[in-house]
Design a protein around this ligand. Sequence first.
Ligand code: PCA
Length: 211
Amino acid sequence: MKKTLLLTGFEPFLKFTVNPTMKIVEELNGQTIGDYQIIGKTMTVDFKSSGDQLVALIEELQPDAVISLGLAGGRSKITPERIAINVKDGAADNEGHTPVDELIHPEGPAAYFSTLPIRGMVEKLNESGFPASISNTAGTYLCNNVMYEGLHTIHTTNLNIPSGFIHIPASHELAIQHGNIPSWSHKDLKKAISICITVLSEKSIKSKQTP
Ligand code: PCA
């Protein structure tokens, strides 16, 4: 049976005039990878509304899994995130908000672990020739915020679907604009995310078959 995957990216932010995650989710929108039909959506970089946007998409689309993507300009590898922490703090978002040491949900736990098969994703990416490693911090900016909000809503509504976040390096297009940052071709970034979705699909099948 076909399942749906909500795949989110972000609009450009700070000094980054394009966000490679946006193009990936636009191009993968409507495609099927493994068991998953992909619904691609782009979210705003806004501390006050990005979390609500993700929660609304989960309520409306009732996906069977959620993967959110974000740009980590300066990282050289694909990095599935292990953990989202209950903190908002950082540079100005696209609306000019600059929260300092704030909790995302005052009643929420300190952190949530990703429920994506992050180890399997990293292994498969490396086997396929793509540099990847697990990241132990998604930061405290919008990417952490959206990862926490997704896991929090899934946990508090007993949804029991896999959810998590993958940071990607800059595209060549961005590196040309910003000089000294590691970059990948758009084709490789998109292929790497497709591999992550394949792993999610295979791991889900396995866990269904295991008594
Ligand atoms: N990366 C930022 C926010 C949007 C994006 O693509 C982050 O790492 O928090």
